[in-house]
Design a protein around this ligand. Structure first.
Ligand SMILES: Nc1nc2c(ncn2[C@@H]2O[C@H](COP(=O)(O)OP(=O)(O)OP(=O)(O)O)[C@@H](O)[C@H]2O)c(=O)[nH]1
Ligand SMILES: [Zn+2]
Length: 188
């Protein structure tokens, strides 16, 4: 159930259109506030979601080796400018004590965390912390690479630049070789 107040967004979009000198009543713009409100509802649908919920799905599988789901595409909105940043997330963990979760749950957690006003660093660490808390694995490594529209279409205008963030927890924090292996698997 969404808590987004569509009527309020519609009002705000109308005001923005007026503020830039547009006529919100011209034909092409008549439905724009409604469309934007629906779009924000979708784009910010992660507001009420807790990524940890997805890790309730646990299989008692005795695998204490690397699990990596890479190239998970995501779209988020930078909380400073409310313009998109988007890219790929790579989520790796080493399960412990039979606590192996569903692969899709890793991607669902990325989606839930991305769909709200965000910082790339926070997306990265929130996912790593959620996995640590719910699955209590030997280790976790989350790598996120993204292009920020606020750095490409405006401001410093550096199209093609990419930001890479990582969060490492548990035994992977001390294990340089394991981290290197994960990074090489991500690059492959
Ligand atoms: N750390 C971090 N910074 C971000 C992220 N997304 C956008 N930013 C940065 O947030 C900063 C906001 O800087 P401000 O000086 O307050 O705003 P601004 O005047 O619009 O900055 P410019 O983008 O440099 O024009 C900028 O440097 C953005 O590049 C993110 O996910 N993580
Ligand atoms: Zn920004």
């Amino acid at each position: 159930m969404s808590n987004v107040n569509r009527a309020q967004i519609e009002e705000a979009v109308r005001l923005i259109l007026e503020a830039i000198g547009e006529d919100p009543d011209r034909e092409g713009l008549l439905d724009t506030p409604k469309r934007v409100a629906r779009m924000y509802e979708e784009v910010f649908s992660g507001m009420n979601q807790d990524p940890k919920e997805y890790f309730e799905t646990i299989f008692g599988e005795d695998h204490e080796e690397l699990v990596l789901v890479k190239d998970i595409p995501f779209y988020s909105m930078c909380e400073h400018h409310l313009v998109p940043f988007f890219g790929k997330a790579h989520v790796a963990y080493i399960p412990k004590g039979g606590k192996v979760t569903g692969l899709s749950k890793l991607a669902r957690a990325v989606e839930a965390v991305a769909r709200r006003p965000q910082l790339q660093e926070r997306i990265t660490s929130t996912i790593a912390n959620a996995i640590m808390e719910k699955l209590d694995p030997h280790g976790v490594m989350v790598v996120v690479e993204a292009e920020h529209m606020c750095m490409t279409m405006r401001g410093v205008k550096k199209p093609g630049s990419k930001t890479v963030t990582s969060a490492v927890r548990g035994n992977l924090a001390e294990d340089v070789n394991a981290r290197a292996e994960i990074l090489s698997l991500i690059k492959d």
